[in-house]
Design a binder for this molecule. Structure first.
Ligand SMILES: [Zn+2]
Length: 615
């Protein structure tokens, strides 16, 4: 009986020594629409990056040298977007190349002429002012306002806009890098990192575990390091670093909990860098160095499930990777499942179920939002001719989670955990397609235990199947009753909300009835100071309700504007702009957006441009 499918064996790691003799490789990469690369003919296996970050011209320039697994090919194709390619070499000698037609999503294929026995290629290049992965921040846009800052965001298909590369998640490379930056700044990457600044501004990096190109990452700024444990720690601007260390003091406990669930942490070090507020995501799971938004620092560790989430990606995503962006739910659904299990291990079932239920509510709204495009509510997507970002929504995360939780409840936790542990071990440092996963699931869990489960309906059909796990939370029931009694009695008893968690507050606020009045909202705001909340999640849901219900007290309009100008986290800002739009207040939204847009990373501004019809 086969242990795993052909698809699973597709991407066997190229740990291979590069001077080994070449035998023709069998086709091992699946068809993919978001990369021009043809890795079955010639694939990159290792990168030596040598670059300089120039803050005056806002460009990165230098060279990328690749060891290649050459299947007697006469050309190798890389992805590139908005790059200026100046010279290309094969085995150290100049060679010819062509750049294909430009595509707005994919950029241009860089076709390099090589010989059938070429072992390495070098591309000399610089980025341009259109490069989407990079965000160059002025000192004013940082926490300390004294030095500029640069960070990259590679996922999904932006790495090609700062490094010419085979930009497919199926590719895996190790890398070494030398990065030159201004002397006052420190550079860190998704690699072994410095803990102090160098005298000459030159930093060298080594990433010995093979990673997918979307996980290439660089941040440059006036940053400091503080350890949390022997293998975890934080990087942040000087004024933020102590706060970050205190907020994330449970990181070691999280790593231990995660290892207990799904096996050893394979990346040696787990650090987090707190970026300036324009970072477009909550977090990005760059290996060894998670990139995080400062909005996660609430002062009371209440939003640290985000760290559990990025840590979980060390298994689901970074270790076992979605083969294409159509399989993105494999990265995110597993990670949400894993995040909630880590939170349960650290803080108990109540907390875990509250996080799960907030996701459940997001999922409900997402499915409703796609009512005219039901095919977008399938786990396995077809994003041909679409931006992979279109699939980065609650379906992949929360429907993916619900599927796995329903499976867990059906087969029992013990069996499910053993299955998952094996799954990560068997497929470590490789890539999985949805079909490969389904095959693995049938062969290793469902068939041996004679369990009937509607896997195909969950994965290949729209909507949410009837056998979904039912998640309940007494704390949420209580929050809802408390809200109702405040509204019925037209008074607020603050003693009833003592020791509430962020999740309870979020639930409380999101469940305002349509009929809530501005007087009701003012009473709640007077008592709980939502408009001035320092907890970014609570502030965000409150601002959404203020927009929904035309609430204007306590200078909330100004607070919303300040928030939208300062914070670039796409989830937060798109929620608020969407609320404006829903209530025919696009002009108001555009007025703010006009001032805010320059502070956003392209990932965020692309989404909001489209939402508001900005051009
Ligand atoms: Zn994630």
């Amino acid at each position: 009986m086969k242990k795993h499918s052909l698809l699973f064996s597709l991407i066997v790691l190229a740990f291979a020594c590069h001077d080994e003799k070449k035998e023709p490789i069998t086709p091992k990469y699946v068809e993919e629409s978001h990369s021009y690369a043809r890795p079955n003919t010639a694939a990159i296996t290792h990168l030596d990056l040598d670059i300089e970050a120039n803050f005056d011209t806002k460009t990165i320039s230098g060279s990328a040298t690749y060891a290649i697994d050459n299947n007697v090919a006469t050309s190798i194709v890389l992805d590139s977007k908005f790059l200026n390619i100046t010279k290309v070499q094969a085995d150290g000698k100049d060679t010819t190349f062509t750049l294909g037609d430009f595509d707005a999503q994919l950029g241009r294929p860089l076709i390099i002429d090589i010989a059938p026995n070429t072992n390495s290629i070098t591309v000399f290049y610089n980025t341009t002012d259109q490069t989407e992965a990079l965000q160059w921040l002025s000192p004013q846009q940082t926490a300390d306002k004294t030095h500029p800052f640069l960070f990259t965001q590679g996922q999904a298909i932006l790495t090609r806009s700062w490094i010419p590369i085979q930009d497919s998640p199926q590719i895996r490379i190790t890398y070494n890098a030398t990065v030159k930056v201004p002397k006052a700044l420190m550079a860190v990457m998704s690699a072994e990192n410095p803990k102090e600044k160098t005298a000459d501004g030159i930093y060298t990096f080594k990433m010995k575990q093979p990673i997918s190109p979307y996980l290439m990452a660089l941040a440059v700024g006036d940053i400091q390091y503080k350890a949390v444990s022997h293998r975890t720690g934080v990087y942040a601007e000087p004024s933020m670093v102590d706060k970050a260390q205190a907020e994330f003091s449970d990181m070691e406990k999280m790593v231990v909990a995660a290892e207990n669930l799904y096996g050893d942490y394979d990346w040696d070090q787990f650090d987090v860098i707190v970026l300036p507020p324009s970072f477009p995501f909550g977090g990005m799971e760059n290996p060894r160095l998670t990139f995080a938004t400062p909005t996660v620092i609430a002062g009371d560790k209440s939003l640290t499930s985000l760290i559990a989430h990025e840590l979980a990606h060390s298994w689901s995503g970074n270790l076992v990777t979605n083969a294409t962006w159509n399989d993105f739910w494999l990265n995110e659904g597993f990670t949400v499942y894993f995040e909630i299990r880590i939170m349960e291990a650290l803080y108990g079932k109540d907390r875990a179920n509250m996080i799960a239920l907030i996701g459940r509510q997001d999922l409900e709204e997402e499915v409703e939002g796609f009512k005219n495009e039901p095919e977008m509510t399938k786990l396995k997507l077809d994003l041909t001719n679409k931006n992979p970002d279109d699939g980065m929504n609650s379906i992949a995360y929360d429907k993916g989670y619900l599927f796995l939780r329903t499976l867990e409840e059906t087969v029992g936790r013990e069996k499910f955990d053993a299955f998952l542990k094996n799954y990560f071990k068997t497929n470590a440092f490789s890539t999985v397609t949805t079909e490969g996963f389904v095959d693995y699931l049938n062969t290793n869990l469902l068939e041996p235990n004679a369990i009937e489960f509607n896997v195909d309906e969950w994965i290949y059909q729209p909507g949410i199947p009837d056998n979904q796990a039912v998640i309940v939370s007494d704390k949420f029931e209580n929050a809802r009753r408390t809200l109702q009694s405040f509204l019925d009695q037209k008074t607020v008893d603050v003693s009833k909300t003592q020791n509430w968690t962020t999740q309870e507050w979020v639930h409380f606020i999101r469940n305002f009835p349509e009929s809530i009045t501005v007087e009701d909202m003012k009473r709640l705001d007077d008592a709980f100071h939502f408009t001035n909340s320092s907890n970014s999640h609570i502030a965000m849901v409150w601002f959404e309700q203020a927009i929904n219900h035309d609430y204007h007290d306590h200078h909330v309009d100004q607070k919303i504007e300040d928030f939208l100008i300062r914070v670039g986290r796409r989830w937060y800002v798109s929620t608020l702009y969407k609320a404006f739009k829903r209530h025919d207040k696009v002009d108001e939204a555009l007025e703010i957006y006009h001032k805010a847009r320059g502070n956003y990373h392209s990932v965020t501004s692309n989404t909001i441009d489209e939402m508001l019809g900005y051009n």
